[in-house]
Ligand binder design. Structure first.
Ligand code: ES4
Ligand code: ZN
Length: 330
């Protein structure tokens, strides 16, 4: 009964959030209307009814369609500001946000339009909501490495605003090995490196992300328990996994929440953390992810606090700020 209160009371860090995946149907309809775009759905309810997925690709198809209504800087600003207000209410004090430039530049929306809107909302949240942030530009892995290089080039005028690069979209058939050169170049420009791996894809993709891309954090990584050697590596090198339990259920990465691997990962000493991925599509933001996971796996308060601490540990905050937040969790 007070589990929800406990979770809400804990200061949290969101490290795995696609800003385009926070696009709530209400705001989508509002922006579509002002941009004179007709959605394929005639009401918010009929759109929400389409949010039933059998796998990652079925979700991505709808997610990219939804993003098409975003045209102007104001749209990206409104999207980001709505998200930040929502999580502020949930006691999220630090966010590391992904955005997918190619989803927009491929439709003729300039990189500048996208990043200016997102950046202005993040800065406002820093001032007014006391939320700290990092920004992560994600390459779409279903596109070519050459396309990713173009995106890297476009980002350079804004590199002071961007902390890292990631790799997302359709995993199977698009292994990390496809992006070795662009990750190497991204690192040379000072970007930190992360990648989605082992969400639907095999454990080999997690190895590749570590060995070939040299990432410092794995997004998802659900499949790592298939490989004891990999588990040892993650523990020894303190490579965090940013898990997204409601996403995993929604995309049928697991068949039910009770099967989520996060408790076993904690037991093994992995820096596992809990996040929301695409909350507008998967049925919940940070607190819902914590709550549903804790309920299904019977997590105790110590485990819940460990997950919150791990997220600050895994974040890109400076060590003194990390320590301050960790003390506030305890
Ligand atoms: C994503 Cl859940 C997920 N997996 C891979 N790529 C993504 N982009 C947005 N959400
Ligand atoms: Zn993700």
């Amino acid at each position: 009964p007070n589990l929800k209160k406990v979770i809400k009371g804990i200061p949290k860090a969101e490290l795995h959030l696609h800003i385009e995946g926070s696009f709530e149907p209400e705001l989508m309809f509002q922006i579509a209307k002002r941009n004179n775009i007709i959605l394929d759905y005639d009401s918010i309810d009929s759109l929400k009814k389409a949010y039933q997925f059998n796998n990652l690709q079925e979700f991505l198809d709808i997610y990219y369609t939804g993003a098409k209504v975003l045209l102007y800087e104001q749209d990206f600003y409104d999207l980001t500001w709505a998200y930040l207000n929502k999580v502020h209410d949930q006691n999220v004090v630090h966010v590391e946000v992904f955005f997918d430039p190619q989803t927009h530049t491929d439709r003729g929306v300039d990189f500048a339009v996208v990043i200016n809107g997102i950046y202005k909302a993040l800065e406002k949240a820093k001032q007014e909501l006391n939320i700290s942030y990092k920004l992560i530009m994600s390459y779409l892995r279903h596109l070519s490495e050459e396309e990713a290089f173009k995106t890297l080039e476009s980002s350079l005028p804004y590199k002071d605003w961007i902390d890292g690069v990631g790799l997302d979209s359709s995993e199977i058939g698009n292994p990390p090995s496809k992006f070795v050169q662009v990750f190497k170049a991204s690192a040379k420009h000072g970007y930190k490196l992360v990648a989605h791996a082992g969400e639907e894809g095999p454990v080999d993709y997690i190895w590749e992300a570590l060995d070939l891309l040299k990432v410092i954090r794995i997004d998802h990584g659900n499949r790592c328990l298939d490989d004891e050697k990999l588990v040892q590596r993650l523990v020894k090198e303190k490579i965090p996994l940013t898990l997204c339990p409601l996403s995993n259920v929604a995309l049928k990465v697991i068949s039910k929440m009770e099967e989520h691997p996060v408790a076993k990962m904690l037991e093994k000493g992995i820096i596992a953390t809990i996040h929301s991925d695409d909350p507008a599509y998967f049925g919940g933001y940070m607190n819902a992810n914590f709550y549903e996971t804790a309920k299904a796996l019977n997590l105790n308060k110590r485990q819940i606090m460990q997950l919150a601490i791990n997220a600050f540990e895994a974040s890109w905050l400076s060590s003194n700020v990390k320590e301050k937040h960790i003390l506030e969790v305890k």
